[in-house]
Design a protein around this ligand. Structure first.
Ligand SMILES: Cc1cc2nc3c(=O)[nH]c(=O)nc-3n(C[C@H](O)[C@H](O)[C@H](O)COP(=O)(O)O)c2cc1C
Length: 323
């Protein structure tokens, strides 16, 4: 089998530099991360706060590939050149975001039904960027067949890697991943391909690795958020973790502290932590009931009481994840 490269998938609002740095001090197994998307802007507007998530001084834990979303070649070239100047050698282009506000502007997955636009974009961008380009895509915006109009275009360019999340945009993050169409794509592509979607446990990962022997790079998003031990488990094949609750609690408490220093106002901090529990609860027995209580907490104090008691006394780790 090919060497195993595990990449933390970008999840906007979750896998930012703060999370990535903290993750790498508590857990193992991730080789690299793709940053959540950064919008193209005109050159004048690119300042440090716009790109702070990928600045090398803010990323101590794991190597990061910055991701850009946009359909404007000039803006893309400027931002990608900026990333090169900061020392990055690869930039990723987001052709997967399904959010209606993004897609209706023909950005992210909203660009997939327009092969002509994608070709014109690549024609303009590729000769003008001093950095390698990888692409993260879905199978289509509305129909999975859209991808078959795009593969011959992608094959014409020196694309470092094509990451495929085999869903359509309208599927958002639900429904099944389409492994048969992914397999068809693999047979038609000339560049290295990476797989992304619903990697949740060892058994399903082994099945994927056995089916797609040519793949080395695997991106994992929600599976890592829910179970941060997952990359280590996939590497070792050992699903029994020593003291998972205690280790998770330390991570959780530091996450709370780190966001406390970054966010202004307790309600922002409370909302942020609640949003992580949409994923965290899945790793615990009776996690659903806990999540309901957490959602109802209307002050930070109540949040800390609920999670402190749960993680300190009641929590039992639940192996095997569901989305
Ligand atoms: C809340 C959320 C935010 C996301 N943000 C991004 C993003 O910024 N860029 C991107 O390419 N994909 C983004 N994705 C998609 C994920 O990177 C990934 O493709 C998707 O979750 C499927 O992989 P998974 O099943 O391992 O999570 C996001 C997904 C979610 C649920």
């Amino acid at each position: 089998m090919k060497p195993l490269i595990l990449t933390l998938a970008p999840l906007r609002g979750f896998t930012n530099a703060l999370y990535r740095n903290l993750y790498s001090t508590h857990f193992q197994g991730i080789d690299t991360a793709i940053s959540p998307f950064i919008n193209t802007l005109s050159a004048k507007q690119i300042n440090r706060s716009h790109i702070k998530d990928i600045l090398p001084e803010n990323n101590r834990g794991m190597p990061v590939i910055p991701q850009i979303i946009g359909n404007d070649p000039a803006g893309f070239i400027q931002l990608a050149t900026k990333f090169h100047d900061l020392g990055f050698d690869t930039v990723n282009w987001n052709l997967g975001c399904p959010a209606p506000m993004v897609a209706k502007k023909r950005r992210g997955s909203g660009m997939l039904p327009y092969p002509g636009l994608i070709k014109a974009f690549l024609d303009e961008v590729i000769p003008r960027i001093p950095i390698r380009l990888s692409i993260k895509t879905r199978l289509g915006s509305e129909k999975k067949e859209e991808i078959f109009n795009l593969l011959p275009i992608f094959n014409e360019y020196p694309i470092e890697e094509l990451i495929i999340h085999p869903r359509t945009g309208v599927q958002m993050y639900g429904g099944e991943v389409d492994l048969d169409t992914f397999e068809q794509c693999l047979g038609l592509l000339k560049m290295p391909v990476a797989y992304n979607g619903d990697i949740l446990d060892c058994a399903s990962f082994i099945r994927l690795r056995e089916r797609f022997k040519a793949i080395s790079r695997w991106l994992i998003g929600r599976g890592v958020l829910s179970n941060p031990f997952l990359p280590g488990i996939l590497r070792s094949g050992e699903e029994n973790i020593r003291q998972p609750v205690e280790r998770f609690k330390k991570f959780h408490d530091e996450l709370l502290q780190a966001y406390g220093s970054e966010l202004s106002g307790q309600s922002h901090l409370l909302d942020k932590m609640k949003s992580y529990w949409l994923y965290f609860f899945r790793s615990f027995e009776h996690g659903e009931a806990l999540f309901k209580k957490i959602k109802k907490a209307d002050t930070l104090k109540k949040y800390e009481e609920i999670t402190g008691k749960f993680l300190g006394e009641d929590a039992r780790w639940r192996p095997g994840l569901r989305h």
